[in-house]
Design a protein around this ligand. Structure first.
Ligand code: KG4
Ligand code: ZN
Length: 362
């Protein structure tokens, strides 16, 4: 099934033509216009600016992706959750094409898209041992700038939310603490780059919600702990730069932590919480496969730690990750998620399709 995926829920305008089949999926063409450079001076995504940028980018991107290609059979569009100003642009483009071409639409939940990102490219791998189709039940940890959720999937389209963040998302915590340090947006990659040369044990940041008997997360307190640590060590954010600083800039002790140690300790706190809660959920529901997806899944320490803990503590459970480039928002993952909905005949009428900025999965 030839599917045109469209994703405009946040700050990437992405369009992809994907050949989706029962045996796997292959991206034929894909183009993404990132707005990161435009939002960077503001330290985060500005909704009105995002909407305008999507409106400028969407038609040329669709034209480029479809140039010389056959007409798609289905359009898969992200209908939520996300920024309303951003979602509306993609949904209106999809509705227009559906009407003009007389082809059906599927409305895809952005979180479902992230879960299916592990299947992108699976057609080219299908004949190898690295078959990537999902084996249910699936437990997915989706961690991004807007979401931190643990989802149980018993089959296609069958989602149950086991836990979610009560305040900040994991990526948001990375971004906000990076801002305190004067690092550019998005902060996750910056913190993880600096963390690589630091000690994760240098500063004992709290591990929020680990002691509580539930599968929810909370990262606002950790962000505040990071803020207080910087204040108590008499550090103004302006003193710091994106360049690793020499040891000794923090505090007055003889062997004070460096910015690298600070980043490594902060990263370790987030990774510990994400890994432990995922393993706890896995022990309860006994999934065949664990998936890690979303922008924060690009974090090397998280990828490695979760992989090691699963193989050590749950050796019979499979573990799937998207390729690094497909951790970020992209249209191919929306096309793949949309394929399973199309197979189930879940086609809303284009006249009735609407955005849902708070669409909860499961
Ligand atoms: O999935 P995504 O592209 O957009 C949302 O749906 O939010 O995720 C972007 C988020 C940002 O918060 C960014 O800082 C975070 O993912 N991120 C990372 C890393 N790369 C991206 N966080 C930690 N470590 C990384 N290497
Ligand atoms: Zn996302």
């Amino acid at each position: 099934m030839l599917i045109l995926g469209i994703e405009t829920s946040c700050d990437e305008t992405s369009v992809a033509l994907v050949d989706c089949r029962a045996e796997g999926h292959r991206v034929i063409t894909e183009r993404t216009a990132s707005q990161i450079d435009i939002h960077r001076p503001y330290g985060g995504v500005v909704p009105e600016v995002a909407g305008r940028q999507h409106a400028e980018a969407i038609v040329p991107l669709i034209g480029t992706v479809l140039a010389g290609q056959p007409r798609p059979e289905v359009i898969a569009i992200t209908a939520g959750p996300g920024l309303i100003t951003a979602l509306l642009v993609g949904v209106e483009a999809a509705r227009t094409l559906s009407y003009a071409w007389g082809i059906p639409l599927v409305a895809v939940n952005h979180i479902a898209g992230h879960i299916h990102s592990v299947e992108i490219g699976s057609l080219s791998r299908a004949r190898s041992r690295d078959q990537k189709s999902l084996t249910f039940p699936v437990l997915a940890l989706v961690a991004s700038g807007g979401h931190t959720e643990l989802i149980l999937m018993r089959g296609h389209g069958d989602y149950h939310r086991l836990g979610a963040t009560r305040d900040d998302a994991a990526g948001e915590a990375f971004d906000k603490v990076a801002k305190l340090l004067g690092l550019p947006y998005p902060g996750g990659p910056e913190i993880s780059r600096l963390a690589a040369a630091g000690s994760p044990n240098a500063i004992p940041f709290p591990r929020p919600m680990l002691a509580e008997d539930n599968l929810d997360f909370s990262f606002a307190g950790l962000k505040t702990a990071a803020l207080y640590w910087l204040r108590d060590n008499q550090l103004a954010a302006m003193q710091l730069t994106a360049v690793p600083l020499p040891a000794g800039i923090f505090g007055q002790s003889p062997d004070p932590p460096t910015i690298n140690d600070f980043c490594a300790s902060f990263e370790a706190a987030i990774v510990d919480v994400l890994v432990e809660k995922t393993l706890r959920a896995a022990k309860q529901i006994k999934p065949k496969t664990i998936i890690l997806a979303g922008g924060v899944a690009a974090n090397k320490t998280l990828r490695q730690t979760l992989a090691a803990e699963i193989s050590h503590r749950l050796p019979a459970t499979g573990f799937q990750l998207p390729a690094n480039t497909y951790c970020m928002d992209n249209a191919a993952m929306i096309a793949v998620a949309g394929y399973y909905q199309a197979r189930q005949g879940k086609f809303p009428d284009w006249q009735k399709l609407d955005v849902d900025p708070n669409w909860k999965i499961g």
